[in-house]
Design a protein around this ligand. Structure first.
Ligand code: PLP
Length: 361
């Protein structure tokens, strides 16, 4: 490695590399034509995750973005309205998918910590007998909530939203890309969260460490329609699906139980950052630490030059995400770099490797 390589990468939990053991397991999994429903590994994964979340059916997809978008497609008609927290992933990082694929309107709520209450939904619910207004159809919940700080929904809030939605014939989708992080932090089993929603997205390429893959779980009829949309969206991957589903099965066996380590590392990082002058971290509820510094760009560039990468996020915040490729010792090294940079970083420093200048979320 050159002196400028990124060796402490807290950019995202999507960065994890499939381990050798995961790759070997993937190699050994039997595969078939998933488009025809003949891939035994995909079928095994779908059955397992549906059972884990207490839903009748599951559909494996290339990404959680596709799972979310197909969920919206299944729950709505063009012109319908979905109610979501203003900082939801689906509103910021899915390329306008709700408008593009489903033609829906969005009613954005300014929830606290990315969460909202039944009263917040009640305040924006459209009358069902209006000739003029869009029809409120779907309530969107993200748990853990990425942009709000990796925050976890409080169960009573989610129960309230779910009961309200059911009483008013609204569907509930849970974007649980990191649902297992929520469970690891709160102790609330994933199926308890899932029971409060009609459909749930789970992502395998975040903290679970897979090279890709996600599932949508829900009622059998809806998942049947989702399968058709997956075909329409071009998401059937034939024998590649089984190889990726193998990674997901491996992750459920080996990487689920260790998410608490990521959370402990994030807490350690947040506590350390709180002790650095000029650095203001938010609470670390799960595997993310959002923080502010006086000059985000300078600070970020100076850390990059020392081999430490964060991501720059909306609202002039920096975000560090812990994951299975960073350990407690790595957190100590990251803190040492932050202390050094906070003690006097060269202004206007630009990372010499162009790959790390282009900031993406
Ligand atoms: C990452 C993420 C997604 C999308 O996941 P991909 O598999 O990268 O498409 C959806 N929702 C949330 C909350 C996420 O963090």
């Amino acid at each position: 490695m050159s002196g400028t390589a990124i060796d402490l990468d807290l950019y995202s939990d999507t960065l994890t590399m499939p381990s050798r053991a995961m790759r070997e397991f993937m190699c050994a999994c039997p595969v078939g034509d998933e488009q025809k429903g003949e891939d035994p590994t995909v079928n095994a994964l779908q059955e397992r995750i549906a059972a884990m979340l207490g839903k009748p059916a599951a559909l494996f997809m290339p990404s959680a973005t596709m799972a979310n978008q197909i969920a919206i497609k299944c729950h709505t008609q063009p012109g319908d309205e979905i109610v979501a927290d203003a900082m939801s992933h689906t509103l910021h990082y899915e390329a306008g998918g709700p408008a593009f694929h489903s033609g829906v309107m969005v009613r954005a709520l300014s929830g606290a910590r990315g969460c909202f209450t039944a009263a917040d939904v009640a305040a924006v619910l459209r009358p069902t007998d209006s000739q003029y207004m869009p029809r409120t159809r779907l309530v969107w919940v993200e748990n853990t909530h990425n942009l709000a700080g990796g925050t976890v929904w409080r169960l009573p809030d989610l129960e309230g939203v779910s009961a309200f939605a059911r009483a008013h014939d609204l569907a509930v989708h849970l974007d649980g890309a990191r649902i297992f992080n929520a469970s690891a932090a709160s102790g609330v089993p994933a199926d308890v969260y899932a029971a409060l929603a009609d459909t749930v997205t789970v992502c395998f390429s975040k903290g679970l460490g897979c090279p890709g893959g996600a599932v949508l779980v829900g009622p059998a009829g809806l998942i049947g329609r989702a399968r058709r949309y997956k075909q329409l969206f071009g998401g059937a991957m034939r024998q590649a699906s089984g190889i990726l589903a193998g990674a997901a099965l491996y992750a459920l066996d080996h990487n689920l139980g260790r998410l608490a380590e990521d959370h402990a590392n994030a807490r350690r990082l947040a506590e350390g950052l709180a002790g650095v002058p000029g650095v203001t971290p938010e609470d670390a509820e799960t595997n993310m630490v959002y923080f502010r510094v006086a000059d985000t760009d300078d600070f970020h560039a100076a850390c990059l030059q020392r081999g430490l990468r964060f991501s720059k996020q909306l609202g002039n915040r920096l975000r560090a995400v812990t994951h299975l490729d960073v350990d407690a010792e790595g957190i100590e090294r990251a803190l040492a770099i932050v202390r050094e940079v906070a003690g006097g970083s060269p202004r206007g420093s630009v990372h010499p490797d162009p790959r790390y200048r282009d900031e993406r979320t």
